[in-house]
Design a protein around this ligand. Structure first.
Ligand code: FE2
Length: 269
C-alpha cells in the first residue's frame, strides 16, 4: 500500500512521554489533531525516595492544575490523551485533576480506558514493571511481578493506538549500557503480539533516543523525552500521521531520520 491510497481520513499526531516536570512547555502542538502523552509528566528531579508523601502529591496536583492544564487549554483545537506513569503521584490522589475534567474537555485521561477521537480508538494504561535496581517500595502503578496480563487483557481487540507507560520487551528496552537488563514488559509484548494495535506509544525506559520498532504488525514507539542521566528534555517528540483508506484500514506514517517511512498494518517489513 502506498501513501496515495491512504488519504481519505488523515489524523496528525504528536507523541511524547517522560518529561519529568520539564520539557513539555517547549512543545508547540499547533497543527496536530491529537497529542499522546505516555506518562511521567512528574517526578524524578524532585522525587527522592520511592514512597509518595502528601507534600509531593499536593505539589504535583498543583502542577497539573496550574501549569499542565493551562498549557493544554492554550490549544483548544488539539485533543490531549494522557496516561499516568510510575512517577505521577498526583494520579493516586482522590483529587487527581485529570479525573475530574468536564465532558467536552480537550484533555482525556486514560487509566485502563478508551477514547475515540476522529475515528481512532485509543486505549491507555499506566502499569509498569519496576526497574529492579531500585531500592525501596513500589511507586504508583508498579507491580512486583510482570503480571500485567489481566490488566492489559482488558484492552479490546480493535484498538488503533495503545498508549502505555510501560515499554513492551523489545531489543532496546534496556537501560544505558546494560542490554542484559531488559526492563521491557514481557506481558505487554505478548498482549501486543496477540491483539496487534496499529501503533503502541510508550515510555518508561529512557536511555537513548529510541527508534520505532515492530512487534508483528504493530509499530512500537518509545517516545521518552529525557535521558536517564540528564533530567531535562533531550529528545524530540515524535510526529506521525494515521490515515485511513477507502477500505477502512488505518496506516501509520512517520518520519525517521528525515526519511518518510510508510508502514501499513498487514505489511511485512
Ligand atoms: Fe520516566
Amino acid at each position: 500500500m502506498t501513501a496515495m491510497n491512504c488519504q481519505s481520513i488523515v489524523v496528525k499526531l504528536l507523541a511524547f512521554s517522560d518529561v519529568h516536570e520539564s520539557g513539555y512547555d517547549g512543545i508547540d502542538p499547533s497543527g496536530h489533531d491529537v497529542v499522546l502523552i505516555a506518562g511521567d509528566l512528574q517526578g524524578y528531579a524532585c522525587c527522592s525516595g520511592t514512597k509518595p508523601s502528601p507534600e509531593r502529591i499536593a505539589r504535583q496536583v498543583k502542577f497539573i492544575n496550574e501549569k499542565f492544564l493551562p498549557w493544554c487549554n492554550k490549544y483548544p483545537g488539539v485533543q490531549f490523551v494522557v496516561v499516568a506513569g510510575n512517577n505521577d503521584e498526583f494520579a493516586l490522589d482522590p483529587a487527581n485533576p485529570l479525573k475530574a475534567l468536564p465532558s467536552g474537555s480537550n484533555v482525556h485521561y486514560l487509566q485502563d480506558g478508551l477514547v475515540e477521537i476522529k475515528g481512532l480508538r485509543i486505549w491507555g494504561s499506566p502499569w509498569v514493571k519496576p526497574k529492579n535496581h531500585r531500592v525501596g517500595g513500589l511507586k504508583p502503578f508498579e507491580r512486583k511481578a510482570d503480571d500485567f496480563k489481566k490488566v492489559f487483557a482488558q484492552m479490546p481487540e480493535d484498538i488503533d493506538i495503545l498508549v502505555t507507560h510501560a515499554t513492551p520487551e523489545v531489543p532496546d528496552s534496556y537501560i544505558a549500557g546494560r542490554p542484559e537488563n531488559n526492563y521491557g514488559s514481557k506481558a505487554l509484548r505478548e498482549i501486543i503480539e496477540a491483539k496487534q494495535p496499529t501503533v503502541c506509544v510508550c515510555g518508561h525506559i529512557h536511555a537513548r533516543e529510541h527508534q520505532p520498532v515492530f512487534l508483528g504488525q504493530t509499530i512500537v514507539m518509545n517516545v521518552s523525552r529525557i535521558h536517564n542521566d540528564r533530567c531535562r528534555a533531550s529528545y524530540r517528540p515524535r510526529a506521525f500521521t494515521m490515515a485511513k483508506d477507502a477500505s477502512g484500514v488505518w496506516c501509520c506514517q512517520y518520519d525517521e531520520a528525515d526519511d518518510l517511512k510508510i508502514r501499513t498494518k498487514g505489511e511485512t517489513r
